[in-house]
Design a protein around this ligand. Structure first.
Ligand code: IMP
Length: 193
């Protein structure tokens, strides 16, 4: 089955491509001639994932899915959450977001956090949602050069290194996105899709 992954994030595309079974042929937005900025104006991860996938499903008539991810920090009442991408402003980058997060947690002893990914799948006009959550903590400083986004400060529970210090195989075998993709591919398999 051909499925479009509605994302402009090349890191996500690379990660997800490796997680999918061989029966699924993953297409990028570029593959279908889409260079649009996808809408992402919802107030929840569920709403944003659905909005991005629905846009491609309706405009291009393609079976597709999108994900939306948030880093939820306990001491910050769940922030940055759905605002993770724009945490330090609309035109910020990952480094700005990391700096802001570490500053906000300065001197804070409760470093507990989790990554949550929601995937919205559109095979028909009724979306199906899948969720993946990984628990962990925020380190005192950024370490490692792998991965992307908040990976240099996120230490998954049971480990002493950040996602950015792991090999791609290690991160992609346990991450929030992997857990959501597992549910998603299990759902397809149950329906012989
Ligand atoms: P979005 O899902 O593309 O909206 O991402 C929200 C924010 O979370 C962005 O700042 C991403 O860089 C970050 N993010 C998404 N997935 C990951 C991940 O797997 N590791 C680290 N940061 C991530």
């Amino acid at each position: 089955m051909d499925l479009v992954f509605a994302t402009n994030n090349q890191y996500k595309l690379r990660e997800v491509r490796k997680m999918l079974p061989p029966g699924i042929s993953l297409l990028s937005l570029k593959d279908i001639g889409c260079s649009d900025e996808l809408p992402e104006t919802g107030s929840t991860l569920e709403a944003n994932a659905s909005q991005k996938a629905r846009y491609v499903f309706e405009k291009y008539g393609r079976k597709c899915f999108a994900d939306d991810t948030g880093l939820e920090v306990v001491a910050l009442d769940g922030r940055p959450g759905v605002l993770s991408a724009r945490y330090s402003g609309t035109s910020c980058n990952a480094e700005d977001n990391l700096k802001k997060l570490l500053l906000e947690l300065k001197g804070e002893s409760n470093r507990m956090a989790r990554f949550k990914t929601v995937i919205a799948l559109y095979l028909t006009e009724i979306p199906v949602l899948f969720e993946g959550i990984i628990q962990g903590s925020i380190s005192e400083s950024a370490t490692g050069s792998g991965g992307f986004g908040y990976d240099p400060v996120f230490i998954p529970e049971g480990y002493s290194v950040s996602f950015a210090e792991m090999t791609p195989e290690q991160k992609n075998g346990m991450s929030h996105r992997f857990l959501a993709i597992q549910k998603f591919t299990g759902w397809l398999k149950d329906r012989n899709l």
